[in-house]
Design a binder for this molecule. Structure first.
Ligand code: NAI
Length: 331
């Protein structure tokens, strides 16, 4: 099949080409994000392969459908960037990658938590500058603290297991309680109780209309004062302006994010020589108790290898008329 691959970086090209070696699909790599303007580049491609910041809305799907696209394959677990209803209405199948190293994201969330709590990035910047002073670098023991996990699916569960290893108490919030979480000693509570009692809150639920701004002014007012919030899931879960207000008052003790609601125009590119006009992200990175990374939690050899192999397998299954195991559920 001819596949248009959007938002391609060097590692995508190398690893997708490797995964495709035995399958023999024709890959058309493009650095551009998929938008209504760049959709024309996928002309005659039956499959279009996208990533998290590609815009796969009804307008774009309409253009792709007219040009002969019948399959969208996203190199991600989350699919909030795809209008699944519009795709279904236009007869375009959508596949994602459900099973790739959830450890990659869970381990990174723990790394972010440690970095913000123990000020590791600040300390490293200081020592590079010959400053070995400890003033301002004090954190707190995670041992004995309460960690709230919102979304105890694959990633949330592994995050919880690691935090149990630190000696933390676990509380969880999910519509589908997991016996494995309870086996770790985790206790399911209401979201209000979770916010009220947690020293650390980590978000691991998908972005849906129900979870959009699950962390907003009202929930930030209810969190335990000084709580650290970790978000490796999707930027839209957090109302960033409200998080900034809570950081200013000290209600929020720290913020560690790998995702950002307005990340589409920023992430996955080098903007270090340009003037960044997004004042919210500029404000965020200026806080000493905030750490921001550019959506890299999934970025391990194991995860990327699996993402590329699964993507090619799904496309081959589609080409051969087989059942699509990773098809996204009907809306
Ligand atoms: P999963 O489907 O295994 O788990 C998600 C959990 O969230 C499920 O248990 C589900 O019941 C729960 N959930 C759904 N709606 C909820 C709600 N309204 N309130 C509370 N819980 C709710 O998914 P997985 O693999 O653990 O991934 C979680 C999320 O992590 C993805 O949706 C994606 O947004 C994000 N992610 C981020 C990556 C990164 O590089 N930063 C990479 C991969 C995933």
């Amino acid at each position: 099949m001819k596949i248009a691959v959007y938002s391609t970086r060097r590692y995508d090209k190398t690893m997708l080409t490797e995964a495709n070696a035995g399958a023999g699909h024709e890959l058309r790599f493009m650095e551009d994000r998929l938008t209504s303007t760049s959709a024309v580049l996928a002309k005659d491609c039956e499959a279009v392969c996208v990533f998290v910041n590609d815009n796969v809305d009804a307008e774009v799907l309409g253009i792709l459908a007219m040009q002969g696209t019948r399959l969208i394959a996203t190199r991600s677990t989350g699919y909030n960037h795809i209008d699944a209803q519009a795709a279904q209405d236009m007869g375009i199948a959508v596949v994602r990658v459900t099973d790739y190293s959830p450890h990659s994201v869970a381990e990174f969330a723990v790394g972010l938590l440690l970095a913000v709590n123990r000020k590791i990035a600040r300390a490293s910047n200081r020592t590079r500058d010959g400053n070995f002073d400890l003033e301002g670098l004090m954190g707190f023991d995670l041992h004995g603290k309460t960690v709230g996990v919102i979304g105890t699916g694959k990633i949330g569960l592994i995050f919880a297991r690691i935090m149990a290893g630190f000696g933390c108490s676990l509380v969880g919030y999910d519509m589908f309680p997991s016996p494995a979480f309870e086996a770790l000693g985790g206790r399911y509570v209401s979201i209000d109780e979770l916010l009220r009692c947690s020293d650390v809150v980590s978000l691991h639920c998908p972005l849906t209309p129900e979870t959009h701004h699950i962390v907003d002014a009202a929930s930030l007012a209810r969190i335990k004062r000084g709580c650290i919030l970790v978000n490796t899931s999707r930027g839209g879960l957090v109302d960033t302006e409200c998080a900034i207000a809570a950081l200013k008052t000290g209600q929020l003790g720290g913020l560690a994010i790998d995702v950002y609601e307005q990340e589409a125009s920023l992430f996955f590119q080098d903007l270090s020589s340009t003037i960044i006009t997004d004042d919210v992200i500029q404000r965020l990175v200026a806080f000493p108790n905030v750490i921001v990374t550019g959506h890299q939690a999934f970025f391990t050899v194991e995860a990327i290898g699996q993402i590329m192999r699964t993507t090619i397998e799904s496309i081959t299954d589609f080409a051969l008329g087989r059942t699509l195991r990773n098809r996204i559920p009907a809306p």
